[in-house]
Design a protein around this ligand. Structure first.
Ligand code: HEC
Ligand code: HEC
Length: 98
């Protein structure tokens, strides 16, 4: 009879059991769902064309996207707000430089 297998301070090493693995799997699933879900909720980006690369004011956007514009916002669209908060700016956007 000897205690030579015990660690000097008597601690037992921790090994993950089935329940721990299940818990980790659930946590990973929740995190993944949140990450993927939030990216799916993104709206359509602002088109990267000559018109959209230069407009910088909300009023200018609304001249075309208001009720009587060439391309009205869909019904029930949020009123007000910063367009670029939800619609990604085009890559070559230069509106703010002036
Ligand atoms: C001179 C008119 C005009 C102005 C100014 C304008 N747009 Fe547009 N916009 C359009 C037209 C026309 C379309 C649809 C045709 C296209 O895809 O280019 C469009 C399309 C869009 C779309 C995508 C819609 C789709 O069908 O994919 C978004 C988002 C958008 N505009 C946002 C904006 C924002 C934000 C601004 C202001 C920073 C703005 N627009 C300024 C004319 C305009
Ligand atoms: C709070 C978020 C939010 C803000 C701020 C916002 N939008 Fe939108 N917009 C949306 C959503 C959501 C849709 C509909 C879903 C989609 O097609 O992307 C939409 C759709 C549109 C469309 C129609 C796209 C199509 O399919 O034809 C246009 C045009 C547009 N928005 C313009 C604007 C303009 C201009 C502004 C600024 C005055 C603006 N949006 C601000 C969320 C927003």
């Amino acid at each position: 009879m000897s205690d030579s297998n015990r660690e000097p301070d008597g601690k037992l090493s921790w090994k993950p059991g089935k329940k721990d693995l299940l818990f980790l799997a659930i946590v990973a699933t929740v995190v993944l769902t949140l990450v993927l879900g939030s990216s799916e909720r993104k709206t359509k980006p602002v088109p990267d064309d000559a018109t959209h690369r230069t407009v910088s004011s909300r009023a200018a956007c609304m001249a075309c996207h208001g009720k009587d514009g060439v391309r009205p916002q869909p019904k029930g669209h949020v009123q007000g707000g910063q367009c670029f908060q939800c619609h990604l700016q085009p890559k070559g956007w230069t509106g703010s430089s002036k």
